[in-house]
Design a protein around this ligand. Structure first.
Ligand code: NIG
Ligand code: FE
Length: 418
C-alpha cells in the first residue's frame, strides 16, 4: 500500500541525518517542517518535505492515482507514534480494592507487605491460562494504539514461579505475532519475592539465576532483563548477581531503580551498561554523574509518581545537566493503570517542568532508544518504519500536552497501514 499525506500543518520530529537519542539542551528544539507532505511505501517512510518542494518531487505524479491512499491533513500534525518503553501490560484482572486502601491512607509498600500489590497480581496470573491473558492484553494494546502508541515494551514479573514466568513470556511472544505494534519482551522474574520464599529471599534469587534465566534465554523468550532494585524488594548486591547472569545469557539490562529510595539501582544499571534505568524518583548528584558517563537512558514514569503520589523525578535537573530523558507509561494494575502517553506528556510538563519539545522527544526518539528500536522507529526519517500519528485539528504542538485528558489523536498508521 502507498500512502500520500499532504497539506500537513506541521510534520514533527523530522531527521535528515538520524540520531540515536537527544540529550540536554538539544531536547528543547524539535525539528519540524510546516506545510508538509509525507510518502509511505511498503510500510516505510519513503520521502517527506515541504509542500513547496512537493510540486517538483517525483511523488506529485502519484497524487490522484487509484492505487494511492491520499490523505488531506489540513490543520493536522503528523508525528512518530509513541514508543512506550516500559509497561507491564500482561496481567490478570485489576486492583481497585488496593486503590481504595490507598485513598484511605495506606502506602504502596504497606499494601505490598500485607500480601497485596505485585503478589496479588501474581496469584491471579498463576490462576489464568494463556488464552485469557492474551485476550486481556490484546484489548489493552488496542486501547493504547488508539491513543497513539506504535511500539511497546512488555515485562513479565507477575509469574514469580518458573512455570508462570515462562507462561507470561509466551503470552508476550503470542502478542508479538498477533498485534501490529512493535513489541519487546523483558524478563522480570525479580519483581517481588513470592510468598513461598518469604524469609528465603536468597533462595529465590538463586532460582531466578540458576533456573529461570537459562530457560527464558534457551527458549528465546526475552529481549531484556529487569530487576526491581529498591528498598523492600531486591538489593543492589542481588541485582548485580542477576544482571550478570542475564548478560551471560545475552539479555541486556533495563531495570527498575530508585523509585522508593536511593537504592544503588542506577549505579548498578550503569555498571552493566543497562539500556535504560527506569523510575528514578530518588536521583541525586551521584546518580546524575554516573548516568552522564554512560549510554544508559534515564526513563521517567510520571504516571506512577502521580498515581502513588510520590515526589516526581528531577527531570529538569537531569536535562539541565546534559542527560537525555525518556518517558514511558509503566501501564500496570498497581502503580499506573493507564497506558495513555498523551497524559504522560502532560505530567512531564505540569509536574516535571519539561517543555513541550522535551516531552515529545521523551516519548518518541528517546523512548525508541530505551527499548532498542531507535534505528527503525521514533522519528520521521527516510527508511524508518511508518508508525505515525495524525492528530486532530490542533493549533500548535504544545496543544498536545496542554489539552490534558482528551485524545488529540485522529488516526494511527502502523507499519504503513491505516
Ligand atoms: O513499575 N515498581 C515496580 N513494579 C511496577 C508496579 C507493579 C505493581 O504494583 O503491580 C512499577 O511501578
Ligand atoms: Fe514498572
Amino acid at each position: 500500500m502507498k500512502i500520500l499525506i499532504r497539506d500537513i500543518k506541521a510534520l514533527l520530529q523530522t531527521e535528515n541525518e538520524t540520531r540515536s537519542k537527544v540529550a540536554g539542551a538539544e531536547m528543547a528544539s524539535l525539528p519540524a517542517i510546516e506545510n508538509a507532505y509525507l510518502f509511505i511505501e511498503d510500510g516505510l517512510i519513503r520521502a517527506f518535505g515541504s509542500m513547496a518542494d512537493f510540486a517538483n518531487s517525483p511523488y506529485v505524479s502519484y497524487s490522484g492515482h487509484s492505487d494511492i491512499h491520499e490523505i488531506d491533513a489540513t490543520g493536522r500534525m503528523v508525528m512518530p507514534a509513541f514508543c512506550d518503553s516500559h509497561t507491564h501490560i500482561v496481567y490478570a484482572g485489576s486492583r481497585e480494592i488496593e486503590y481504595i486502601d490507598k485513598i484511605r491512607g495506606l502506602s504502596y509498600e504497606e499494601i505490598a507487605r500485607r500480601g497485596g500489590g505485585i503478589l496479588n497480581s501474581a496469584r491471579r496470573l498463576q490462576e489464568s491460562d494463556e488464552i485469557e491473558l492474551v485476550e486481556q492484553a490484546l484489548e489493552r494494546l488496542e486501547e493504547i494504539r488508539m491513543l497513539g502508541t506504535g511500539a511497546v515494551e512488555i515485562k513479565s514479573g507477575y509469574g514469580l514461579t518458573t512455570d508462570s514466568e515462562l507462561k507470561m513470556l509466551r503470552v508476550i511472544k503470542k502478542l508479538k505475532d498477533l498485534s501490529p505494534l512493535t513489541i519487546k519482551a523483558t524478563f522480570l522474574g525479580a519483581h517481588a519475592v513470592p510468598a513461598a520464599y518469604k524469609k528465603r529471599q536468597h533462595a529465590y534469587v538463586d532460582l531466578v539465576i540458576e533456573e529461570m534465566i537459562p530457560l527464558v534465554a534457551g527458549e528465546g523468550l526475552a529481549d531484556y532483563i529487569d530487576v526491581f532494585c529498591d528498598r523492600g524488594f531486591f538489593t543492589e548486591g542481588e541485582t548485580d548477581r542477576i544482571l550478570m547472569a542475564g548478560i551471560k545469557h545475552g539479555l541486556q539490562p533495563k531495570i527498575h531503580a530508585n523509585e522508593l529510595d536511593f537504592s544503588g539501582g542506577i549505579q548498578v544499571g550503569v555498571k552493566y551498561n543497562a539500556l535504560s534505568v527506569d523510575h528514578l524518583e530518588f536521583t541525586g548528584d551521584a546518580e546524575i554523574k554516573a548516568l552522564l558517563n554512560s549510554d544508559t537512558m534515564p526513563t521517567l514514569l510520571p504516571g506512577a509518581a502521580f498515581f502513588l503520589e510520590m515526589e516526581y523525578p528531577p527531570a529538569r535537573k537531569m536535562i539541565d545537566s546534559g542527560l537525555p530523558v525518556a518517558m514511558a507509561s509503566d501501564y500496570n494494575p498497581g502503580s499506573s493503570p493507564s497506558g495513555n502517553m498523551q497524559l504522560v506528556m502532560s505530567l512531564g510538563c505540569v509536574k516535571m517542568k519539561m517543555i513541550p519539545e522535551e516531552v515529545i522527544h521523551a516519548v518518541t526518539l528517546n523512548g525508541a532508544y530505551a527499548m532498542g528500536v531507535e534505528d527503525i522507529l521514533g522519528s520521521i526519517a527516510v527508511g524508518k518504519q511508518a508508525n505515525l500519528i495524525i492528530t486532530k485539528r490542533i493549533p500548535t504542538y504544545a496543544f498536545l500536552p496542554y489539552a490534558y485528558g482528551s485524545n488529540k489523536v485522529e488516526r494511527v498508521i502502523i507499519n504503513g497501514k491505516l
